[in-house]
Design a protein. Structure first.
Lengths: 855, 114
C-alpha cells in the first residue's frame, strides 16, 4: 500500500511542478500527505492486535480440558475425592446452618431472655425455675428495662374430640404468649387469644389431627383436666406449625402443641399461687430495645432481695439469652456436636485436598517440559500459575456439581442419622448458595495453589531438560501430607472403635433389672383422688386377667421415662433435715418388683395387697442404704413430706433406670397412695408374639379407659433413646472412617500407580541385575510402611488421650485396651499394603525387556 | 441497500473505475472525478474508499508497471468484480425505482413554483 501511495504522490507532484511551479507543488504535497492521515489508511480497518486477552483465557480452559481428558484416571481420582469431601462438608454445613438458625425465628430474639437459677449448695433444684412473681414485678417496676414476660407450666394432657383421643403436650401460661414470641397466627387474634378462661390455642398440626382442616377457630375440644375432670375448651387461635427445637415450645424437647391460659391453672394444679414468691415457674423476659443486660440483671437482683430475701439467699437469678440458648444448653452439648462435626468435615475436606495436591505434584513432573516450553516462548510465571489453577478449579467445580447431586440423594438419610431433617436443595437460602460457590472456588484454588506455584518457579532450562532435582523439595512436602492423612485417618478410626465399644457396653450392660418385654403406658388418666386410686386398682385387676400380661404395676418412674418426680432429703429421726441425704423419691405399688425383676437384698418390698399394706413405709436401694447406713426397721423423716415417720421395710439392689452417664443415685420407693400421685402403667408381657400382645392390651385399655388414648413404649427401646447423641456419633464416626479410608486409599492408589509408571525403567534394570519380584514389591512398599509407622506414632497417642478424656464423661465406661489402637492401625496398614502390592505387582512381574526397550 | 453497502462517494469512485475500464488507478480516478464532477478529491479519501470497497469485494486490484514519473513505484490498477457490478446495478435500480415513484405533479408544481 505504501508503495502505491508514494507512487501516487510522486506522480501528482511531478505534474504539479510542471503546471504551477515547485513552490506550490511542495505545499500541495505537504497538504496531500497530511490529508492521508486518516484511520482507513494509516491503520488497517481490522485491528491487527487484540486489545484484550480473551483468547488467552480461552486457551487456559482449552488446555485444562485437554489435560483432564488425557489423564482420565487421575482426573477421576481427583473428582471422586473432592466430590466425597465436598458432599460431606455440605451435609454438615447444612446441618450446622439449621442448628444455628434455631430460635432465630422468634420475634426480637436478641431481646429475649430465659431466667436461670443458680442454687447455693444444699438447695439444688431445677435450674430453669425462678420465683413466679419476679418477672411480673420486673416489668411493672422497671418499664424502661423490661418490655414483656411469659411464664408457663407444662402438662401432658389428654384432649378429645368425639372418638378421637390423643395425648398432647401443653403449655399453660401468660396471655403474652403469641404476641411476645411472634408465632404466626393463621386464624384468630394473637392479642386476645389467651385472655378468656377455657380458651385454647392449637397448632395447625393438631387442628388437622382432630378436624382435618386448619380453619377451626371457635370449635371446641374436650380436655381431661387433673383437678376438674372433662372440660370444654374453645379454640381461639390456630398457629402455624412451630419450628422444631425452638427454646419455647420445644423447651427441653417437650414439643408443646397446645397452649392454655393461666386462667385455667387450677384445672391442672391444686394449689398454685402465681403471686407467691416461693412458687417456682419457668419465665421468659423481654428487655426493651437497647436495655443493657447488666442493668437488667442488677434490677432483678434488687427485686428478689426486696421481695423475697429468703429466696435470694438460696439462689441467684441469671438472664440467659435465648438467641444462643439452644446451642449452649446442657453445658453446650449441641455446640460440642456442631464443633466436632465441623472438625470431622474439615478433616475429610483436607484429606480430599491433600489427595489432589499429592497426585498433582506427582503427575506434574510429566508436565515440567510443558512449563519449560511455555516459559521459553514468553509465557509469564503468572500465566503458568493461572493455567494450573484453572485446571484445579474446573475439577473442583465438577466435583461441586457432583456433590450437590449426591447431597440431594443422601440428605434424607443423613438427616435421620443426625436427628434433624436437612434442607432439600430447592429450599436452600441464597446465603447457602453463596457459601457453596465460594467454597468450591476456594477449594479449587487451594488444591491447585501449591503445584502451580512450585511448577511456575522452575527455571525453563531445567524444566526443559526434565531435571528432577527441582522436584525434590516437593516430594518431602507431599510425604508429610501423606503422614498427616494417615494420622488423621487412624485417629478417627480409633475414635470410632472406642465409641462403638462404649455404646455396645451401654446397651448390653446388666442394669440391675430386666428391661425386656416391659411395656410402659404413659397415658394413664391422672386422677389422684381416692376414687382415682380405686379405679386404678380395679383396672389393674382387669389387665391381669389377660393371659398375655404376666404382671402389672402402677408407678411414677419407669426406665427411660425418668426415675422419680422429686428429690428430697431423707434423714434419721431426731436429726435436722439439712443433715439428710438427697434421695430420689419414686412412687410405686407392690408389684413393681415383679415387673422389673429387681433383686431384693434385705427385708420385704411394699405389700401388693392393699388391705395388708402398712402406710408410711419405704424401701430404699443399696446406694441409699450405704449413704445413710440405714437398716431394715429404721425410722426416718423426709424433708417436705410432712411430719410423718417413715419406716424402712426393705433394701433392694442397685439398678439403673437412667443413662449410664450418671452413677446410681440413692432411691427410696414409696407407695402411690402415700405419695398421692402416679403416672405410668408398666406391664411385663408373657412370652409370645409382642405385636399381638400389644394389640390385645390396647383393646383391653379401650374398654377400661374409653376416654384415654393408649400411648406406650417398650422400656428397652425407650432406654436406647437416652443414648441418641452417642448413637448418632457412632453412626457419624463410622461413616467418617469409611470415607476417610476411601480417600486415603484412592490417594495411595494414585501415587503408587504414578511412581510405578515413572520407575518402570528402574525396575527393569533391577530385574535384569537379579532382583526378585519380592525385592521390587518391598522397594515400593517400604516408603508407605515407613510413612504409616510415622503416622501411627503421631495419631495413636492423640487418639488415646482424646478417647480417654471422652470416656471420663461417663460414670460407667470401658477401659481402653491395646487392641482398640492396634486393630484400626492393622486394618489401615493391611489395606494400604494390599493396594500398593496389587498395583505394583504387574510391573514387578513384567518382562524387563518391555520396559527397557522403549525409549 | 442492506445487501449492498455503498456510500455516495464510494458509488462515484466505483462508477469512475468502470469508466476508466482498464486504466483505473488512483491518480487517473482522481483526475477523472475532478474533471467530470468539478470537485476536488483528496488522495486520502480516495484511497480509503478504494480500500474499503476492496475489503467489501466490489473491487479487486493488481500491481501495474513501475514508471519513471512515479519514481519506480508501481501503479495499482482497480477493476470491478461481479459483486461490485451487482452492487452498482442494485444502487441504480433502487434510485430509478425511487425516481419513478415520484408523482409527475411534483415536477410540474415545482417548476411552476420556481
Amino acid at each position: 500500500m505504501l508503495d502505491y501511495v508514494e507512487g501516487d504522490l510522486m506522480e501528482v507532484y511531478g505534474r504539479r511542478v510542471k503546471e504551477s511551479g515547485k513552490r506550490k507543488a511542495d505545499w500541495k504535497f505537504i497538504l496531500d500527505v497530511l490529508l492521508l492521515f486518516r484511520p482507513g489508511i494509516i491503520r488497517p480497518r481490522r485491528p491487527y492486535q487484540n486489545l484484550n486477552t480473551y483468547s488467552m483465557y480461552k486457551s487456559y480452559f482449552k488446555i485444562a480440558y485437554r489435560v483432564i481428558i488425557r489423564n482420565k484416571m487421575y482426573s477421576a481420582i481427583h473428582v471422586f475425592g473432592l466430590t466425597i469431601g465436598v458432599t460431606f462438608a455440605l451435609l454438615i454445613s447444612v446441618f450446622i446452618y439449621g442448628e444455628v438458625q434455631v430460635n432465630q425465628d422468634l420475634k426480637d430474639v436478641d431481646q429475649l431472655y430465659l431466667l436461670e437459677s443458680r442454687y447455693r449448695a444444699g438447695h439444688e433444684n431445677f435450674e430453669w425455675y425462678s420465683p413466679a412473681p419476679l418477672v411480673e414485678q420486673a416489668v411493672e417496676k422497671y418499664p424502661t428495662l423490661f418490655d414483656e414476660y411469659y411464664r408457663f407450666y407444662d402438662r401432658n394432657i389428654t384432649i378429645s374430640k368425639e372418638d378421637k383421643h390423643f395425648r398432647v403436650q401443653s403449655m399453660i401460661g401468660d396471655t403474652s404468649f403469641l404476641p411476645l414470641f411472634g408465632f404466626t397466627v393463621l386464624h384468630g387474634d394473637a392479642q386476645t387469644a389467651l385472655t378468656a378462661p377455657n380458651s385454647i390455642v392449637i397448632t395447625e398440626k393438631i387442628a388437622s389431627l382432630y378436624f382435618g382442616k386448619a380453619d377451626v377457630e371457635g370449635e371446641t375440644l374436650l380436655v381431661s383436666t387433673e383437678q376438674n375432670g372433662l372440660k370444654e375448651f374453645q379454640i381461639t387461635a390456630v398457629i402455624a406449625d412451630l419450628q422444631k427445637k425452638n427454646s419455647v415450645s420445644d423447651f427441653m424437647m417437650m414439643d408443646a402443641q397446645v397452649f392454655l391460659s393461666f386462667e385455667n391453672i387450677r384445672d391442672f394444679f391444686n394449689q398454685v399461687d402465681i403471686d407467691n414468691w416461693s412458687t417456682d415457674i419457668i419465665s421468659y423476659l423481654k428487655l426493651t430495645k437497647g436495655a443493657s443486660r447488666q442493668e437488667a440483671h442488677s434490677a432483678i437482683h434488687t427485686l428478689l432481695k426486696d421481695h423475697a430475701p429468703l429466696v435470694a439467699e438460696r439462689r441467684s437469678i441469671e438472664l440467659n439469652p435465648l438467641q444462643d440458648f439452644y446451642l449452649k444448653a446442657n453445658s453446650g452439648s449441641v455446640q460440642k456436636l456442631v464443633v466436632s462435626l465441623a472438625i470431622v468435615a474439615f478433616f475429610i475436606l483436607l484429606l480430599a485436598i491433600v489427595n489432589f495436591v499429592n497426585i498433582s505434584i506427582a503427575s506434574s513432573i510429566s508436565r515440567l517440559r510443558e512449563v519449560g516450553v511455555r516459559k521459553a516462548l514468553g509465557g509469564m510465571k503468572q500465566q503458568v500459575v493461572i493455567q494450573f489453577l484453572c485446571e484445579s478449579t474446573i475439577l473442583s467445580v465438577i466435583s461441586g456439581i457432583g456433590a450437590l447431586l449426591f447431597y440431594q440423594l443422601s440428605h434424607g438419610y443423613f438427616g435421620d442419622v443426625l436427628g434433624s431433617p436437612l434442607l432439600s436443595l430447592a429450599n436452600f437460602p441464597l446465603f447457602l448458595w453463596g457459601m457453596i460457590s465460594a467454597g468450591v472456588l476456594l477449594i479449587g484454588i487451594l488444591a491447585g495453589l501449591y503445584p502451580s506455584f512450585y511448577l511456575s518457579l522452575t527455571k525453563p532450562i531445567e524444566s526443559l531438560k526434565g531435571k528432577l532435582e527441582s522436584v525434590k523439595g516437593t516430594i518431602r512436602f507431599s510425604r508429610s501430607l501423606i503422614v498427616i492423612q494417615f494420622a488423621v485417618t487412624i485417629f478417627i478410626f480409633i475414635s470410632a472403635v472406642v465409641l462403638s465399644q462404649q455404646i455396645s457396653f451401654f446397651l448390653e450392660k446388666d442394669l440391675g433389672y430386666n428391661k425386656s418385654r416391659v411395656l410402659v403406658v404413659d397415658s394413664v388418666p391422672r386422677i389422684f383422688s381416692e376414687e382415682g386410686f380405686q379405679k386404678m386398682e380395679s383396672a389393674k385387676q382387669e389387665f391381669l386377667r389377660s393371659y398375655r400380661v404376666q404382671s402389672a404395676s402402677l408407678s411414677w418412674g419407669a426406665p427411660g421415662f425418668g426415675l422419680s418426680p422429686v428429690d428430697a432429703k431423707i434423714y434419721p429421726l431426731g436429726k435436722s433435715p439439712d443433715e439428710g441425704i438427697r434421695t430420689a423419691i419414686s412412687s410405686v405399688d407392690g408389684d413393681y418388683l415383679n415387673v422389673f425383676e429387681i433383686e431384693m437384698i434385705d427385708g420385704r418390698f411394699l405389700s401388693a395387697n392393699e388391705a395388708a399394706r402398712i402406710p408410711n413405709t419405704i424401701v430404699i436401694n443399696k446406694a441409699a442404704q450405704k449413704a445413710m447406713s440405714l437398716h431394715v426397721g429404721d425410722k426416718v423423716g423426709i424433708q417436705n413430706f410432712g411430719d410423718v415417720e417413715y419406716t424402712v421395710t426393705g433394701i433392694v439392689d442397685d439398678f439403673n433406670f437412667e443413662s449410664l452417664h450418671t452413677s446410681v443415685k440413692p432411691v427410696a420407693f414409696m407407695h402411690n397412695r402415700d405419695f398421692g400421685a402416679f403416672r405410668y402403667f408398666s406391664f411385663k408381657l408373657e412370652n409370645g408374639d409382642l405385636l399381638e400382645s400389644v394389640q390385645e392390651l390396647e383393646k383391653l385399655w379401650k374398654q377400661v379407659f374409653p376416654n384415654d388414648p393408649f400411648s406406650y413404649a417398650f422400656a428397652d427401646e425407650r432406654l436406647q433413646m437416652l443414648y441418641t447423641t452417642e448413637l448418632q456419633l457412632k453412626k457419624g464416626s463410622s461413616m467418617a472412617t469409611v470415607l476417610m479410608l476411601i480417600l486415603v486409599l484412592t490417594g495411595v492408589f494414585g501415587l503408587v500407580s504414578l511412581s510405578v509408571s515413572k520407575r518402570s525403567k528402574e525396575i527393569g534394570v533391577r530385574k535384569v541385575l537379579g532382583a526378585s519380584v519380592f525385592n521390587i514389591l518391598a522397594l515400593i512398599s517400604r516408603e508407605y510402611v515407613l510413612l504409616m509407622i510415622l503416622a501411627v506414632s503421631l495419631g495413636a497417642p492423640l487418639a488415646y488421650w482424646f478417647a480417654s478424656s471422652w470416656l471420663e464423661n461417663f460414670a460407667f465406661h470401658i477401659t481402653l485396651s491395646w487392641w482398640m489402637i492396634a486393630l484400626p492401625f492393622g486394618i489401615v496398614f493391611l489395606m494400604t499394603l494390599v493396594i500398593v502390592v496389587s498395583h505394583s505387582l504387574r510391573t514387578a512381574m513384567s518382562n524387563p525387556v518391555n520396559s527397557l526397550k522403549s525409549e | 441497500m442492506k445487501d449492498f453497502q455503498l456510500g455516495e462517494f464510494e458509488e462515484i469512485v466505483i462508477l469512475t473505475v468502470g469508466i476508466l475500464n482498464n486504466l483505473a488507478y488512483s491518480v487517473a480516478i482522481k483526475d477523472e472525478i475532478e474533471s467530470r464532477l468539478t470537485r476536488t478529491v483528496s488522495m486520502g479519501a480516495l484511497h480509503t474508499a478504494l480500500n474499503r470497497m476492496e475489503d467489501k469485494g466490489y473491487l479487486k486490484s493488481y500491481a501495474g508497471e513501475a514508471t519513471e514519473e512515479r519514481a519506480g513505484r508501481p501503479r495499482r490498477y482497480f477493476e470491478i468484480t461481479a459483486l461490485g457490478k451487482k452492487a452498482i446495478l442494485h444502487a441504480k435500480e433502487t434510485r430509478d425505482g425511487l425516481w419513478n415513484a415520484i408523482p409527475k405533479a411534483i415536477w410540474q408544481s415545482s417548476l411552476a413554483g420556481s
